[in-house]
Design a protein around this ligand. Structure first.
Ligand SMILES: *Cc1c(COP(=O)(O)O)cnc(C)c1O
Length: 361
């Protein structure tokens, strides 16, 4: 059948997510697989969030609070900003989709680093816009080249800090200068999905640029440090005039009621967040040392994952690790055909990953 679908939609390829644990276990007939592919929290969800979900279940026959009133209030207090600066989403992916929808039209351009989180490109192309990809330089975001690629058709710029998949940070002075230099009529998205894990003290935060006179959107998620990936909840911090525009196209109940309740509790659970950050930091150091001992190259990371150069075909290494019950991510589709990305797990999971790597390499 011939549907009238734009060619820029037909040419899209679906986003490929990390392989689910139960899928691997079913396919390979194993029971103790380890998933280190989607940068999830190895400690599970926050116990306070689990409790809040159990309380909220009895009201599931009601529609959620459409504006996420209490959660917005909680976040506004947390950052000392107005509720009008906050948009909640069904994951931060939802905010990215809304921004692309309202800001990009056919033929517009969006500037982003290459490689980047693959969903950015899908959303840019789905609006008929053109991704202008600026290669990383020595595995760092090349801000000066990105500035040079901004033209009359540019509407949107994507930065990820720390970057996915490298784990590298944009330094504060460099970010300050970039925000100063960009035109005032385009939108800079700073995706901070992993900002809670950053160990470098002088890290720029999108919130610092909310009143800069430039249109800066910070993206945050409960999927990583807060351990709520399955619930789908994230948010954007942005000038109120932009939030007002997004609210016009936002699905009325885009954030479900369990997610709202759990996110409030997760923000209250400072002990869980601290435990998560400490575990990731300690285990990241353990993985560094273990890779050093083996003479395997890797990139030091400010996030909860790292790139490892396996020196062989990454798709093959990925498949062979699967057979050992360890799920990682091949970086071939990101343009690093000899690298895998691995997130930090519990100590035993990291040991399993390293032992599996020993067998495979
Ligand atoms: C994981 C991740 C997200 C989070 O997406 P959610 O929709 O909030 O789960 C956003 N951006 C990047 C770069 C990520 O790696």
């Amino acid at each position: 059948m011939k549907l009238s679908v734009p060619d820029y939609i037909l040419s899209l390829k679906p986003y490929v997510a990390g392989k689910p644990l139960e899928e691997l276990e079913r396919e390979y007939g194993i029971t103790d697989a380890v998933k280190l592919a989607s940068n999830e929290n190895p400690l599970g969800p926050s116990p306070l969030a689990i409790n809040a979900i159990q309380q909220a279940v009895k009201d599931l026959h009601r529609y959620p609070n459409g504006g996420s009133y209490y959660l917005s209030e909680r976040i506004s207090n947390y950052f000392g900003i107005k509720k009008e600066n906050i948009i909640l989403g069904n994951g931060s992916d939802d905010i990215i989709a809304m921004l692309a929808r309202v800001l990009l039209q056919r033929g517009d351009e969006a500037v982003l680093p290459r490689p980047s989180f693959l969903f950015y490109e899908i959303m840019i192309r789905s609006s008929g816009a053109i991704p202008v990809e600026v290669p990383l330089k020595d595995c760092l975001t090349d801000l000066s080249s990105m500035l040079e690629r901004i033209g009359p058709k540019t509407r949107l710029i994507f930065l990820t800090n720390p970057h996915n998949p490298t784990g590298a940070l944009i330094a504060k002075p460099a970010m300050d200068e970039f925000v100063r230099e960009i035109p005032a009529d385009l939108v800079l998205i700073i995706d901070e999905a992993y900002i809670e894990f950053v160990r470098e003290p002088n890290c720029p935060r999108s919130i610092d640029y909310l009143d800069s006179g430039k249109i800066v959107v910070g993206l945050r998620t409960f999927s990583k440090a807060y351990g709520l990936a399955g619930l789908r909840i994230g948010y954007g911090l942005m000038p109120s005039f932009l939030a007002d525009i997004l609210n016009r196209i936002r699905q009325p109940f885009n954030v479900n009621s369990l997610a709202q309740a759990a996110a409030i509790a997760a923000l209250d659970d400072e002990a869980f967040l601290q435990d998560t950050i400490e575990l990731v930091s300690d285990e990241m150091n353990f993985i560094y040392t273990s890779l050093d001992d083996r003479g395997i190259e890797y990139l030091k990371s400010q996030a909860n994952f790292l790139l490892i150069r396996v020196g062989k075909d990454a798709n093959e290494v990925f498949e062979n690790l699967l057979k050992q019950g360890v799920i990682v991510r091949s970086m071939t589709s990101y343009g690093y055909p000899d690298c895998i990305r691995v997130n930090v797990g519990l100590h035993d999971e990291n040991v399993r990953m390293l032992e599996a790597l020993d067998k495979v390499l």
